[in-house]
Design a protein around this ligand. Structure first.
Ligand SMILES: NC(=O)c1ccc[n+]([C@@H]2O[C@H](COP(=O)([O-])OP(=O)(O)OC[C@H]3O[C@@H](n4cnc5c(N)ncnc54)[C@H](OP(=O)(O)O)[C@@H]3O)[C@@H](O)[C@H]2O)c1
Length: 311
């Protein structure tokens, strides 16, 4: 009996990690079939998250269009993608210079992609111009640039590509947003406003295009960290560590968000919130007890200002 109890825990852990490993492998194969040969446009592909998404979709066999505003960084990304993937199972990505805050450039890029491929199957809107300053210190020009890059740019691209998706009665538009599209935090006025606007637009659009079998998805992470806190994928014991660390660590690695974007595409999910318990609770408090939420947030600002004052 005693020996059985001692053996129980390792056997249980082994069983769970084995199941997680099998699940991971099946998901990987399933993801591959969902994007193989599909034309996938990724905006801001040179951001941390954009690069990870490019990696996941490229190895999945998608025909990628990498958009970004820096040609050298696009070339680096292109080279790193083709150097690791099997060329017989992947397509050479197309690179396109795109400044999302330049609306006429966005329209030209959308037409260029349609002329080149004839369609777009999946559009990943991943705009990320950020600023963290008190509202009165942000110029109106910067407010406008952020709104263009994070809201007007993505919706312009979507609007140009949408008629083609509607006529083909297929397509998916993914908006990478932020929890700050659901509630605002101090010193993030322009960013939060642009993310609220984008979420509002795509929530409305979802219902409009459903009858044409076009799927609109939003993926909202809280905080994306730049380092991994668990072992690399691929071995069975990594799965169990990954499972536990994912639950405990604050924020997510861009690779995890990219995996979630792939899952969202594969399962045609409508809304994903990548948050652990605290931001989720904050969202409920914001919805059901707004005055309490505003008071807590205001306290945080006073504390921060007093620390800055003492400094
Ligand atoms: N980081 C987080 O904690 C976090 C949290 C929640 C949600 N998100 C969301 O996740 C997505 C990716 O964010 P990230 O943190 O991975 O980004 P990031 O690494 O901070 O990269 C930002 C990228 O955006 C580019 N960019 C800025 N303005 C642009 C414009 N007008 N047109 C085209 N590109 C432009 C920048 O190019 P330059 O360097 O050349 O300026 C840079 O490559 C965004 O949608 C963001 O809102 C991020």
């Amino acid at each position: 009996m005693g020996v059985m109890v001692v053996l129980m825990l390792p056997l249980l852990l082994l069983g769970i990690s084995g199941l997680l490993f099998i699940y991971q492998e099946v998901s990987r194969l399933w993801s591959k079939s969902a994007v193989q040969n599909k034309v996938v446009v990724i905006t801001d592909a040179i951001s941390e998250l954009g690069k990870e998404c490019a990696q996941v979709f490229h190895t999945g066999g998608a025909r990628l269009v990498l958009c970004g505003k820096n040609w050298e960084k696009l070339e680096n990304l292109h080279d790193s993608l083709i150097s690791v993937a099997d060329p017989s199972k992947t397509f050479t990505p197309k690179m396109v210079l795109l400044d999302l805050s330049d609306i006429s450039c966005v329209q030209d890029v959308a037409k260029e992609v349609l002329d080149c491929y004839g369609c777009v199957d999946i559009l990943i809107n991943n705009a990320s111009m950020k600023v963290k300053e008190p509202a009165h210190k942000i110029s109106l020009e910067l407010d406008q640039n952020i709104m263009n890059a994070n809201y007007l740019g993505p919706i312009t691209l979507t609007k140009v590509l949408l008629p083609n998706m509607i006529s083909r009665r297929t397509g998916q538009i993914v908006l990478v947003n932020s929890i700050q599209g659901k509630f605002g935090l101090p010193f993030r006025t322009a960013y939060a406003a642009s993310k609220h606007a984008a979420l509002g637009f795509f929530d409305c659009l979802r219902a409009e295009v459903e009858e044409y079998d076009v799927v609109v998805s939003t993926v909202s992470p809280t905080f994306i960290r730049s380092h991994r806190v668990y072992p690399e994928q691929g071995n069975w014991d990594a799965s169990i560590w990954k499972f536990f660390f994912r639950k405990l660590a604050p924020g997510v690695h861009p690779a995890e968000v990219a995996e979630e974007v792939m899952r969202t595409v594969r399962r045609k999910k409508q809304e994903v919130l990548m948050a652990n318990a605290i931001p989720k609770a904050a969202l409920y408090v914001r919805t059901f007890f707004p005055e309490f939420f505003f008071a807590v947030v205001a306290c945080g600002v006073k504390e921060k200002l007093s620390v800055l004052g003492e400094g």
